[in-house]
Design a protein around this ligand. Structure first.
Ligand SMILES: C[S@@+](CC[C@H](N)C(=O)[O-])C[C@H]1O[C@@H](n2cnc3c(N)ncnc32)[C@H](O)[C@@H]1O
Length: 228
């Protein structure tokens, strides 16, 4: 481990991805969310209320202790490779995948390529630490996983990628063969992801953190004022 902790880590300002991804999940309501590398579940627990099913994968059993208990949650204690073995036989289909486990170039490439076939067409793959400041390019911090993203972001026909250029960087990949999501055909027998389903079928039973939308707030304010 390096002698000193980089300022952006010490202040916590590198953690902007937590609000960003939780907000994305809140808007998109993934049917199946998978996070590779959960750590203290700060992000994972924020996504749970917005996912039909939320699966956290971490080889450190400690990670499981941080995960909130909910009906739609599963913790898989093991490597990303071993969970891939499991879903290769179970046929799990993923709508939103967050790749945030081993940050070496080789592992990020392996996770991306291994899980890609299990992500639905029009599904999203998020890759963390893809644009780190120079001082963060160290195996103790962000590793060299950004090299994998550099390689993967070259032209491909079946996905597109954009990297948010704020350190440590977050890359959003959309698996697609068509630009218009509603023109996307089934691929390998998989129907495309359905986003933003708000009829409740994608929401966890206890969506306690979701605030009511604007019109509902006005309604609630009205009722409150009537009640004095
Ligand atoms: C950067 S942390 C994850 C942070 C979390 N996603 C967040 O946003 O708060 C990386 C985690 O990946 C786990 N990990 C590293 N290599 C792994 C592997 N090959 N398989 C499974 N988990 C791994 C570590 O135990 C660690 O908890």
């Amino acid at each position: 481990m390096p002698d000193s902790i980089p300022r952006s880590i010490a202040t916590g300002e590198i953690r902007w991805h937590v609000d960003f991804i939780a907000g994305l999940a809140r808007t998109l309501r993934p049917e199946v969310y998978v996070e590779l590398g959960v750590h203290t579940a700060e992000l994972f627990n924020r996504v749970i209320p917005f996912a039909g099913q939320a699966i956290g994968v971490d080889m450190d059993p400690e990670a499981g202790r941080y995960i909130s208990d909910a009906a739609n949650v599963r913790f898989f204690c093991g490597t990303t490779d071993s969970f891939l073995d499991e879903i290769s036989s179970s046929g799990l289909k993923i709508d939103m995948l967050f790749v945030d486990a081993d940050h070496s170039r080789a592992s990020v490439l392996q996770d991306f390529r291994g899980y890609f076939p299990h992500v639905r067409p029009q599904g999203l793959i998020l890759l963390h630490d893809s644009n780190p400041d120079k001082e963060l390019i160290d195996p103790a911090w962000c590793g060299d996983g950004y090299l994998a993203v550099e390689e993967l972001s070259r032209k491909a026909d079946n996905y597109e990628m954009v990297t948010i250029p704020l350190s440590p960087g977050l890359t959003i990949c959309r698996k697609r063969t068509r630009h218009l999501s509603w023109e996307e055909p089934d691929t390998d027998g998989m129907r495309p992801a359905r986003w933003g389903v708000r009829d409740g079928s994608n929401a966890a039973p206890a969506d306690t953190t979701a605030k009511p939308p604007g019109r509902m707030s006005a309604f609630v304010r009205g009722v409150r004022s009537l009640l004095g």
